[in-house]
Design a protein around this ligand. Structure first.
Ligand code: GRF
Length: 226
């Protein structure tokens, strides 16, 4: 990982590791944020690994349930809505500033329903991951569960990937398949996809925190996961 990266932030004392700081961006329900809080927050990433800390939750939606979940867990929150910022540009600037202040080792887009601007991607290159409810590069966008079902695929799934300047286009870190069964509706399929997300996302964050995930070499796409 670049910057603060997988090593976590130093506490100042030689050999003593500071927490691995996560900032989570979420727009809605926040069930994946909840999985992160329940499985990772305040716990070591692995034997000898840094303690993972959810340092901040940012939402673009003032009413997002994710904010309540964060508050419930004592995690600081920040709302950066277009309405209060005035313009899309000032909202994006406010988000970037809030995230920068929180000094994250990793930014997690967990149900964040906006494309992050290029400036944000540049500021946290290889330190932003997104969770997507399909097997990318199939079915990018915001309606992927419905799209996969309507397309008639027999297998779909979940992807965790680095965020680049495109839409759901960054290098893939982890994927897991979910079978489509006869009679599935978007709701029943989403339920099984979410269950997989709630395991895959925390497991991937843990691997990143202990340095097991290496960004691709320049010009390549393959992410090495030990
Ligand atoms: C997840 O399905 C995620 O893949 C997608 O948005 C959904 C968020 O769900 N990007 P939740 O808000 O974490 O419950």
């Amino acid at each position: 990982m670049g910057g603060g990266g997988a090593a976590g932030r130093g506490s100042g004392a030689p050999g003593v590791r500071g927490p691995f700081r996560l900032v989570v961006l979420a727009s809605g329900n926040g069930s994946n944020l909840q999985a992160i809080i329940d499985q990772l927050h305040g716990r070591p990433a692995g034997a000898g690994g840094p303690v993972i800390q959810v340092a901040l939750v940012v939402s673009d939606q003032p009413g997002a349930r994710a904010l309540d979940r964060a508050k419930q867990a004592g995690v600081p929150t920040e709302v950066c809505a277009v309405a209060s910022s005035g313009t899309r540009e000032s909202q994006e600037g406010a988000i970037l500033e809030a995230v920068r202040k929180a000094a994250p080792d990793l930014v997690v887009l967990a149900g964040y329903m906006r494309i992050v601007p290029p400036e944000f991607v540049r500021a946290f290159r290889w330190r932003i991951i997104n969770l997507h409810p399909a097997l990318l590069p199939a079915f990018p966008g915001t309606t992927s569960i419905k799209d996969a079902l309507e397309h008639g695929v027999k297998i779909t799934g979940v992807t965790v990937h680095f965020v680049d300047e495109g839409l759901d286009s960054g290098p893939i870190i982890a994927q897991e398949a979910v079978r489509v069964v006869p009679g599935d509706t978007a709701e029943t399929l989403a339920e099984r996809i979410h269950a997989v997300e709630h395991e895959l996302l925390p497991a991937t964050i843990r691997k990143i925190a202990i340095g097991k995930v290496k960004p691709p070499l320049p010009g390549e796409r393959v992410v090495q996961v030990d």
